[in-house]
Design a protein around this ligand. Structure first.
Ligand code: GRF
Length: 211
């Protein structure tokens, strides 16, 4: 059997960092054959950065306003990622758009998690609590989480994995958000593990996970 080399993972996060922590836990418990070499954030005081610092994970704070255009930002991100070098980029609650040049250089190597069942309730403006408000207002009886590869359009790239949760009559956007977040914490490590174990295959431009 050929052995699989440990994958270098760069995580991008802007918020609380609970998905980042779930993936880091799976890496440290060796459930995922990878290492998190870098956390990139645009929010120096967010929970994800605190966690990275406490766990001695290299952290790069990027102030997107320091870059006059997306080309210079793209060059900077590429220099950070290629220095690692990153095999996989994991967006875990990252609130900025990744420049097209990086998306193209890392085609099928950038994952994102979205707190709804794409392709519904995604795209520009669908972030945070707004997603869950829209799901409840729609009358949908199922919501969930989606892990997808990132392309040049918000929440649009090929869907890799999904997990569903019920939408209950008594739900508020907050209670639904909590239920969805609960499944994110197992879905995202599951998808990252599949990538690191090279168990993703493509059929008609759609990715699947081999058991
Ligand atoms: C999650 O709900 C994720 O789906 C979305 O941003 C949120 C991040 O939460 N993209 P956390 O920072 O991982 O706790």
């Amino acid at each position: 059997m050929t052995s699989i080399s440990r994958k270098n993972i760069a995580v991008f996060a802007s918020g609380n960092g609970s998905n980042f922590r779930a993936i880091h836990r799976a890496v440290t418990e060796e459930a995922i054959p990878g290492r998190i070499g870098l956390l990139v954030s645009n929010k120096p005081d967010c929970g994800a950065v605190t966690y990275a610092v406490n766990n001695r994970i290299r952290t790069e704070i990027i102030n997107f306003r320091d870059y006059p255009d997306k080309h210079s930002l793209g060059r900077h991100l590429m220099s950070i990622l290629t220095a690692l070098p990153a095999d996989l980029v994991v967006l875990a609650g990252f609130m900025k758009m990744i420049p097209d040049s990086v998306v193209q250089a890392y085609k099928h190597r950038i994952l994102n998690i979205h707190p709804a069942l794409l392709p519904r309730f995604g795209g520009k403006g669908f972030y945070g609590i707004r997603v869950h408000q829209a799901v409840i207002a729609s009358g949908a009886k199922l919501s969930g989480a989606t892990v997808h590869f990132v392309d040049e359009i918000y929440d649009h790239g090929p869907i890799l994995a999904q997990a569903a949760v019920p939408v209950l009559a008594e739900d508020t956007a907050e209670t639904l958000a909590q239920r969805v977040l609960g499944v994110e914490h197992s879905l995202y490590p599951h998808a990252v593990k599949a990538f690191c174990e090279e168990r993703i295959f493509w059929k008609n431009n759609i990715p699947f996970i081999r058991n």
